[in-house]
Design a protein around this ligand. Structure first.
Ligand SMILES: Cc1cc2nc3c(=O)[nH]c(=O)nc-3n(C[C@H](O)[C@H](O)[C@H](O)COP(=O)(O)OP(=O)(O)OC[C@H]3O[C@@H](n4cnc5c(N)ncnc54)[C@H](O)[C@@H]3O)c2cc1C
Length: 439
């Protein structure tokens, strides 16, 4: 019996488990370990609360969970509750699928002021990630600057301006909705160092901005490429996106109470303000033939009581695992860190691609494990459970998670899919109010 531990229950973790079941069938025992009591990583804590159809992919992961010899151990942090060395001793193979949960720093003067928040924290807060439950972002501001030209920036802007009615069928957490929906926001700037031809937005997400109830998207016509320039682009999605941005240049600021201003060719230089963020100083840029942003030396200021950076993420290092500090991910060659130790998903590639991009990653690692020809007996989950019992660590099982899930669904407001628990204690309280369940 091959015994594999997968650390992290996001898409990359579950696709790896699926690949292993495909390769080995009943000849493999897979244990998926997550530091949270809830599975599915960024599907629960990252994907926007008003994009419920995307979250439906968890049904596939549930199929994997229940379709073979797979167990979930939630509320167990690797590197804290158990060490990498211990896991490597217990299993034939250990796969790190820990994602990239840390914001890349902005790295400009003033970026440590209160009111400068990274997307991992901000999105985690509105999505109910327990690490960010107490974030309390300063939304008592009329102007917000969002830095970055990817879909995460669009998610954040959209969640901030959608009305309660527009969010009725979402699972936006109550604590966030209360603050967001009474915010006096009038203007949101979405800022990119380069131009419309270089954005990483996808057309569906940009298109949603044309249909918002209380906010109008605006693009300065001067910042658009010359008519038809996008026809030269190889990427059909980007062609469409640029066409949509052109339409925003025809919209008028007075159409709606709130404005979303796409601001291109602008590089953040300094966060302005006293003891909290009050604005942003930017330098105008131009894009050279290689697509790089070059500073022009011309500066301008914007008001912003909240600055949200959506500029990428880093994996957290784990003691005992070689780490590429420059790239913010584990050192690896095609997912192999060392014999018997692998990484997949964002922990392997960095924060790029869609949910589906993690599937070939997971399948590849399953193939590599198959090809590695492991042998000998390992204690596997018997050893893990003994260790957890000995340390009095309360591991949440998949059945326990289904109870948390049912309780969240039961307490949802009318029309919403669920009301998430945002604290680990609340989640554990649902699992076993009379005392913990036995492993
Ligand atoms: C804001 C946002 C919105 C997105 N929206 C979309 C979208 O709409 N569509 C789309 O296709 N893609 C979207 N993505 C991308 C998608 O979420 C990622 O491709 C995917 O989640 C990466 O999967 P992963 O398994 O590598 O990491 P994650 O999903 O981050 O999973 C990592 C898991 O590891 C666990 N973990 C971390 N450290 C430890 C540890 N030490 N011990 C135990 N467990 C640990 C974490 O708790 C987590 O559950 C979005 C990403 C973000 C950030």
């Amino acid at each position: 019996m091959l015994k594999v531990a997968i650390i992290g229950s996001g898409p990359a973790g579950y696709y790896t488990a699926e690949g292993l079941l495909k390769q080995f069938g009943s000849g493999v025992e897979v244990d998926i370990i997550d530091r949270l009591p809830t599975p599915f990583g960024l599907i629960r804590n990252g994907v926007a609360p008003d994009h419920q159809s995307i979250k439906a992919v968890t049904r596939r992961y549930e199929g994997t969970q229940l379709g073979g010899n797979v167990r979930f151990y939630g509320n167990v942090e690797v590197g804290d509750a158990v060490s990498m060395d211990e896991l490597r001793g217990l299993y034939h193979a250990v796969v790190l699928a820990t994602g990239a949960p840390e914001d890349r720093p902005l790295g400009i003067p003033g970026d440590a002021k209160p009111g400068v928040i990274g997307a991992a924290a901000f999105v985690g807060w509105y999505n109910g990630h327990p690490d960010h439950a107490d974030l309390n972002p300063p939304l008592d501001t009329e102007a917000v600057a969002i830095i970055g030209n990817g879909n995460v920036a669009l998610d954040v802007a959209r969640v901030l301006v959608k009305t309660p009615d527009e969010m009725a069928a979402s699972d936006l957490t109550r604590h966030a909705a209360e603050i967001i929906h009474r915010s006096p926001i009038r203007t949101i700037y979405i800022i990119g160092r380069r131009g419309p031809l270089q954005v990483h937005f996808t057309p569906k997400e940009v298109g949603e901005f044309g249909e918002l109830g209380e906010a109008v998207p605006l693009v300065d016509p001067e910042q658009l490429p010359e008519e038809g320039a996008e026809r030269q682009l190889d990427d059909p999605g980007l062609r469409k996106t640029v066409g949509q941005l052109r339409q925003f240049a025809n919209r008028s600021p007075g159409e709606k109470a709130r404005q979303i201003r796409f601001l291109f060719y602008a590089r953040p230089k300094e966060v302005l303000g006293g003891n909290r963020a009050e604005g942003l100083r930017l330098e105008r840029t131009r894009v050279d033939g290689a697509g790089q942003a070059l500073g022009t030396g011309e500066e301008f200021d914007l008001p912003a009581g909240l600055v949200i950076t959506c500029i990428g993420y880093r994996t957290l290092s784990i003691p005992g695992v070689p780490f590429d500090n420059e790239r913010g991910r584990f050192m690896n060659e095609d997912g192999v860190i060392a014999p018997g130790l692998y990484c997949v998903g964002w922990a392997r590639r960095g924060p790029t691609g869609t949910i589906g991009t993690n599937r070939p990653d997971g399948f590849l690692i399953a193939e590599k494990i198959a090809a590695s020809g492991v042998s000998g007996e390992r204690p596997g989950r018997d050893g893990l459970e003994a260790l957890l019992r000995q340390r009095d660590i309360w591991a949440v099982t998949f059945d326990d998670w289904k109870r948390i899930d049912a309780a969240e669904i039961a307490r949802a407001r009318i029309g919403a899919p669920r009301e998430k628990f945002v604290r680990v204690d609340e989640m554990l309280g649902v699992v076993s109010p009379q005392g913990r369940s036995d492993l």
